[in-house]
Design a protein. Structure first.
Length: 174
């Protein structure tokens, strides 16, 4: 995937300003950066949920991606089975795992990219490792945003970022 010159503003705040990045079409790439630097906005553009003012994305159509939101976006009055069939009162970690499993189920139906926003927040290390095995089992490229060093260690490559506007951290990365 090639991201070229993306620009997104919200009022006076420029979150992406001509942002460009090349991503391999295999493995797991992690975007690492502080909260509010623009990582989620980038994922929303890639998923077709945010229209950029400028720039383009090559090698990915929004309908070819599955996005796991940073929030679980589950209905508390539904059971786990109901969430999975029409995708509960769950702990934060359980809700996060359910949201990820729902995204993986959608991903298994022919998506070309998985876009995961903080996929293992509230999930213990052992379960995160097991979930990453399931993610890799889909054999589609993955772009994830993460803060936790353990999650970053599960990725094949890490792109260190800062912002806003979103940019590569000085002196780091290829």
């Amino acid at each position: 995937m090639r991201i070229r010159g993306l620009t997104v503003t919200f009022g006076e705040k420029r979150v992406l300003d001509g942002f460009s990045l090349d991503l391999p079409d295999q493995g797991v790439t992690a975007l690492s950066g502080p909260s509010g630097c623009g990582k989620t906005t980038l994922l929303r553009v890639l998923a077709g949920l945010q229209r950029p003012e400028a720039g383009r994305v090559e090698g990915l159509k929004p309908e070819e991606a599955v996005l796991l939101f940073q929030e679980n976006r589950l209905f508390p009055w539904r059971t786990v089975e109901q969430h999975l069939t029409d995708v509960a009162a769950l702990s934060g970690g359980m809700a996060r795992r359910l949201a990820l499993v729902r995204a993986l189920a959608l991903g298994a139906q022919g998506c070309r990219w998985l876009l995961l926003d903080e996929p293992f927040t509230g999930v213990d290390q052992r379960r995160a490792e097991g979930l990453m095995e399931a993610v890799r089992g889909l054999r589609v490229p993955v772009l994830l945003c993460a803060h936790e060093s353990h999650t970053l260690s599960l990725a094949d490559r890490v792109v260190p970022l800062e912002g806003p506007p979103l940019r590569r951290r000085e002196g780091e990365g290829p």
